[in-house]
Structures are given as C-alpha cells and as structure tokens.
Design a protein around this ligand. Structure first.
Ligand code: C2O
Ligand code: CU
Length: 501
C-alpha cells in the first residue's frame, strides 16, 4: 500500500544527497492542509502584548501508522503563529523543556541585539539538564558554543515590531545545531501587519493562508531521519563531504503535513509561502495553470509589500525566502484539482500540495496596482562597498576564507548607513542578513532577476556567480550575524559577525 515517492533532488534546485525514507510512505493529497493556530497573548499593557511558548517534545501523525516525535514550539510543528501589528511591541517568553539548549531567532525582525537570537545566547533546558546537547545528532563541526549571554530555563525575547508588514518566521538558531533542531520541528510563522497593508482589499481571514514548505525523511519507526555525524569518526574514515550540500528529504510537508490538500472557493487567496527547508530549493508552479492570466501575483517579498504586484508563472524560492502571493481560483472551473508542483524535483519531491476548487463564491478582494511605498535605494546612496566570498575551505564553509568565530567582527557598519555587498559563491548559497534589510542591485553585472523585487533579508546566490545587494543598516547597534541559510552550511560555520556601530 505504500507507494515509493522518494526521487529527485538532483536537479538544478539542489545538488545534495537525497535521504530516502524507510517504512510506510504517506499517500499524497489525502490529508487536509493544517493551519497553525494563532497564539493569544497571555496579557497586554499599554505598549506590549505578552506571549508564552514552551519548547517541548511532541508527537505528530505524518506517516501512516507511526507517530513522529518532534521538538516543537508548544510541542507542535509548525509552532503557533504569532500575529503582531506595527505600533505594538511583542514580548515572547520561551521556556525550554527540551533536552538540549535552544536559541530563538525571529527571521526578518528588526530587533535589538540581545533579543535577536544570537547563536551563542543559549536558553538551557529547564531543570538544568545537559547543556552539551550530546543527543542532538548534527551535521556540524561540534565546536562548543560558550561565549555570550546564557539563560537558564527560559528567556523573554522583546520585539519592538517597528517595521513594515511582512511574513516573518521564527526558528531555532543554536550555534552548530540549527539544522537538526529546525529539522525536528522548531519553526513557526510570525505574521506582522501595519495600517498600509490592512487598508488594502487583499484576501483576508480564511483566505489568507501561510504555507510552510519543507522536506523530511523518516526512519522505519516514523522518526525524522537526520544524519547524525561525529566529525572525528568521519574524519578518520575520510568522509568529509557526505552531506556537504545539505540534508534533503524525500517527503514534502506543508504546515507539517505530507502533500496536503486545501479545499478552496473559486476566488482569490493570499498565500504566504515560506521555504523552511534545510537545504532544498523549489520551483513552484500550478498544474494545470489557470485558464487565463497568471498563476501567482506576487504582492510581497521577505521583508514587506512590493510597490506594485508582479505576475509569475512559477516561483523559485530558496531556503528562508518568503513570497507573498495571490492566486485567483476563479481561473478554474468548480471541481478542478490543481497541484502545486515543484519543477526542481521529480516523483514525490516534484509535488507539494493540491488545491480542490469546491464552489463558486463571492469575492470582494482585489489586488490594487499600488500596494505600498517602497523607497528607491540607489547605488549612489551607498558609502561602502564590500566583497564577500562564500566558499568551502578545509575548516568548513567559509566567508572570505574564515569560518564562524563569535568573537571576531567580520564586518563593521555604521547604524543608518547604506552599503553595497558583493556576494560571490563557489556553490549555491542562500545568504541571509540579520537586521539589515536589502534590495538586490545586480546579478552578474546585469539587472536583478524576476524574483528579486522588494525588500529582502535572504538572497539566493547560484554557484559561481556574483550578486550585489544594497543594504540599509537600520535598527540597533550591536552584534548580529549574517550567514548561509542552507542550515547544514550554517552549522558548518558559514557565518560572520556584523557589528553595527
Ligand atoms: Cu532564518 Cu540567521 O536565520
Ligand atoms: Cu550555503
């Protein structure tokens, strides 16, 4: 009864080694798309809403007849969705009931350095369990993370949320262990609104749906299969690069469910698409495409709304990127089944989820021609130009020849300044900056690509190319990281420090 779906992964989307699941495989398009619950504040005062989340072990039903143990925010995968609105700060108390230290990062947030989830700012397990994380099983280098600001049991992260509406997400960021900890389930949405966005007639309520896409593999007993590796043993065995391109699974999950189905009215929907995979890229397309018009109308990028909508037939999305899109199911007859495909995959990895158009309905939504003010950021505004080379060295994945050292400043930038960063790669790397939102300026000396519009916090830089970004160093003074968001590359030290002065 189990149909082998594992396959693919060797296309232009990803070059890593595909892990194949053992045990019974889920059937595609059987389970309804879960939508993570919105987290309610435990209290509010004049300026701030207070939330509480507990990192704990949970159990999920993903493969037939098996329970999958997860590490989740409130024991769920994805974690609950945090919803904020500009003008109100959020304070999130995280209690760590896992057997390992955690670090929480709000990806895309503009946050003071002590609350940003710096990789060594650990939250140790409640009750003083092991801080070494010996059970974590990781693809990293096993360097110990000792410096910084360590909390015992819990930590309150304070988020000013003084930034534009955007689809943000929170996830684990523990130094050397981010890959395995996110893979086990530590990821959730944080949807941030502002008055500009709320005044637009975009699809909302049940027609505004976050889609967290990621890939996983499973062992025979239903556990997540993550390759544990002891660097010493591997070095002795001469195995150094087995997972060098990152961990790829054969099962595609959306909001934690394998190849789910969403029943939709024949109207417009807003989808906030997040690629939360450790190492997989997707080229998303609708099959069949709508009768008329375009498949995806992009309204937002990583860090906020675009100035004008952009039409796409397909969307290339790298790890940690977000595409905020509208799909109009009025382009399909009622009864149609529409598959969201991944053209970078094949077999099981070539499909993501399905939409079932179940009824005609009234649609008061629209996608206006003007969405938001996006200030132009011209090359001439930049006062500094830097070149950063992302490549592999014997010590790991490196930036300008050096692997991550929490105690070394790699880039020091003035608060409020504008800088051009030239990102060069030897392999395919999605580069992410904490705090510094940016725009893409050029790709190999040419104009930015079709997916490069708007404010971003992550940019995918293909093998052997140069991408120029223009960064606004906004926010707060202090130490932040920038890194590759292939989580195995990140754990293998492709990270640097940005000191905002
Ligand atoms: Cu999504 Cu530094 O992380
Ligand atoms: Cu990388």
């Amino acid at each position: 009864q189990s149909q082998p779906l594992g396959n693919g992964g060797g296309s232009s989307g990803s070059t890593g080694r595909l892990l194949r699941s053992a045990g019974p495989a889920p059937q595609p398009f059987q389970v309804p798309l879960p939508v993570p619950p919105v987290l309610k504040p435990v209290r509010s005062d004049a300026t701030t809403d207070y939330y509480e989340i507990t990192e704990s072990v949970g159990s999920a039903r993903i493969v037939p007849g098996r329970a999958t143990t997860i590490w989740g925010y409130n024991g769920t995968f994805p974690g609950p969705t945090v919803v904020t609105r500009r003008g109100r700060a959020a304070a999130v108390l995280h209690r760590n009931r896992l057997p390992v230290p955690v670090v929480v990062h709000l990806h895309g947030g503009v946050i003071p350095p002590g609350d940003d989830g710096y990789p060594t700012h650990l939250v140790l397990p409640e009750g003083g369990a092991s801080a070494t994380g010996a059970h974590a099983g990781h693809a990293g280098h096993g360097r110990s993370a000792v410096s910084g600001n360590i909390a015992q049991g819990s930590r309150t992260y304070r988020y000013p949320m003084d930034q534009n509406a955007a689809t943000l997400w929170y996830h684990d960021h523990r130094m050397d262990f981010t890959g395995p900890q996110v893979y086990r389930g530590l990821a959730g949405f944080h949807l941030h609104h502002d008055a500009v966005e709320l005044a637009l007639p975009l699809p909302s309520g049940e027609r505004d749906v976050p889609l967290m896409i990621c890939d996983r593999a499973f062992t025979e007993d239903g556990s997540f299969h993550y390759p544990s590796r002891d660097p010493t043993l591997l070095e002795e065995a001469g195995v150094t690069d087995r997972y060098k391109d990152g961990v790829l699974g054969d099962t595609i999950l959306v909001n934690g469910a394998p190849w789910p189905v969403l029943e939709v009215d024949a109207v417009r929907y807003r989808f906030r698409i997040l690629n939360a995979s450790n190492a997989r890229r997707y080229r998303l397309a609708l099959d069949p495409p709508p009768r008329s018009g375009t498949a995806f109308t992009q309204i937002g990028s990583d860090a906020g709304l675009l100035d004008r909508p952009v039409s796409h037939d397909r969307i290339d999305i790298a790890q940690a990127e977000r595409f905020d899109v509208v799909v109009d199911f009025a382009g399909y007859p009622v009864g149609k089944e529409v598959t969201l495909r991944n053209e970078f995959g094949s077999g099981g990895t070539g499909q993501v989820m399905r939409f079932r158009v179940v009824r005609a309905a009234r649609d008061d939504s629209a996608v206006p021609d003007r969405l938001a003010e996006v200030e132009p950021l011209d090359r001439s505004a930049a006062s500094v130009t830097r070149t950063l080379d992302f490549d592999q060295r014997p010590a790991g994945w490196a930036i300008n020849g050096r692997t991550f050292d929490p105690n070394r400043v790699d880039v020091s930038s003035s608060l409020g300044s504008v800088e051009i960063w030239r990102l060069n790669t030897d392999a395919h790397h999605p580069i992410h900056l904490h705090m510094g939102h940016f725009r893409v300026l050029s790709r190999n000396g040419r104009a930015p690509g079709r997916y490069d519009k708007g404010w971003k916090d992550t940019v995918d830089v293909p093998t052997g190319t140069e991408t120029e970004i223009i960064v606004r160093v906004g926010g707060y003074r202090g130490r932040y990281v920038f890194h590759c968001h292939n989580l195995e590359h990140e754990d293998m030290a492709m990270m640097g420090n940005l000191q905002v002065i």
